[in-house]
Design a protein around this ligand. Sequence first.
Ligand code: 3AM
Length: 507
Amino acid sequence: MSTLVGMQLSGRYRLDAQIGAGGMSTVYRAFDQNLERRVAIKLLHREMSSDSDQLERFRREARAVAQLSHPHVVGVIDTGEDENRPYIVFEYVEGETLKDRIRRLGRLPVDESLAYAIEIARALGSAHAHDIVHRDVKPQNVLLDPEGSAKVTDFGIARSLRDDGLTADGRVLGTTDYVSPEQALGHDVDGQSDIYSLGVVLFEMLTGDVPFGGENQIAVAMKHVREDLPDIQALRPEVSATTAAVLDRMTDKDLAHRYPDVPALIADLEDALAIEAARSGTSTGEATAVIRTLPARTQRRLPFRMRHSIPLLGVLALIGVGVAIVAILAGIGDVPERVERGTGPGRVESTPQGTKTVSVPRGSAQDYDPLGDEEEHSEEANRVVDRDDGTTWTTETYEAGIEGAGKAGVGIYIDARPEVEAVAIQVKTPKPGFKATIYAAPAGTAPKSVPDGWTKVGGGTVKDKDQRFKLDTGGKKYRYYLVWITDLGDSDSAEISEIRLFQEVAA
Ligand code: 3AM
């Protein structure tokens, strides 16, 4: 198939890379040249644009999502048509899908699984309140942004309950791993069907796998009709009876026994999260963020320490900031320009096309820990700019994760003085799996806390030992580039061997 990468839609959106493809459309990462920001564009396949059913379905998706403005729904920015091919412009979510995360990590922590289930449920609750049923809830359709928060997308087969005369039959579209019994049977579906599918997603987060396998999609769908899900507590013994009961009620085949609506479900998921967190005495990843949003009634289930530790530490940290000394990158003077030798015998580091490495002197890396003791192995910081993959900077050890220590993150930044418009960053690590947001700050002294004074320019999960992130500074030049680590993944510390910035080669 010919690629459309490089094309411009309606003179405004430049298609930069294909990031996904489905039966009826292709998803591109694109650049909005008017607003100078990255976007995601879903473009209907040419063959589909003459099919009035498909065209209507595509338009319906845009209309449905455009009604929703919700922190856990991937928002629609614009729609248009280019040479008779309709497209939808979405906000771009940097990061991985929930499916990728499960594939990468296997089972997720119990509290994190509940936290994602709550966020997805909140998104579905908002859709249902607008009479929109998603009908294709699956972890492939949940994007995790760099802060770790879940955003639901692909309302492609969503159907407004107010639309009459459209087929709502059980056309098999993609996977049936998450299909509700009533949908598999081709019955009319409503919001309760999304609750069943979300239950299957929760099961997969907790066990690392979907409940049913089969020779084909029909066989799997029939198991959803006929068989009970395997016992969650047998597969994951640390799951509480409360969580197991919530899961059972989400996936009950009998609609009279399943949760009637999302608000009832959310209340029970929130209780279950508080109970799991109280049992383990700590919280991980996204669970920490969701716990802060729990209603007071539910928070009371948590031990005092968990309810109060975060704000209290925040106040203490703010006092600390008054005397914080961040980054005095003292007189580096004239350092002879380094010769780019690359690392290892005969190996020259590749740079993204049209870019060159930003040359920074030794001494230009600084650890950054504004909410902690301001010490993250400072003596090792310069190892990330020494062009030696064998030497690393490590964060302190966080047994209960960064959030467990009451911090939003820890990091390390590069002083690219005087200033530069970096278009990409390379982070090398012997231990991938952590999550980082890249911030930039202008000339002057580096800001004393995050996000004050910093501008987010990129980030995501460091999935590979040699991870690159595109940066979008909106055309501005910045002096400081901060790798702000917000989640350590499976580990209790993060380790970085090299950080390198790239700038465009002047034409
Ligand atoms: O196939 P992977 O998992 O690499 O993350 C989505 C998925 O990537 C991505 O497109 C692929 C197919 O769905 N995607 C979809 N919508 C997106 C958005 N709004 C998106 N990526 C970023 N922003």
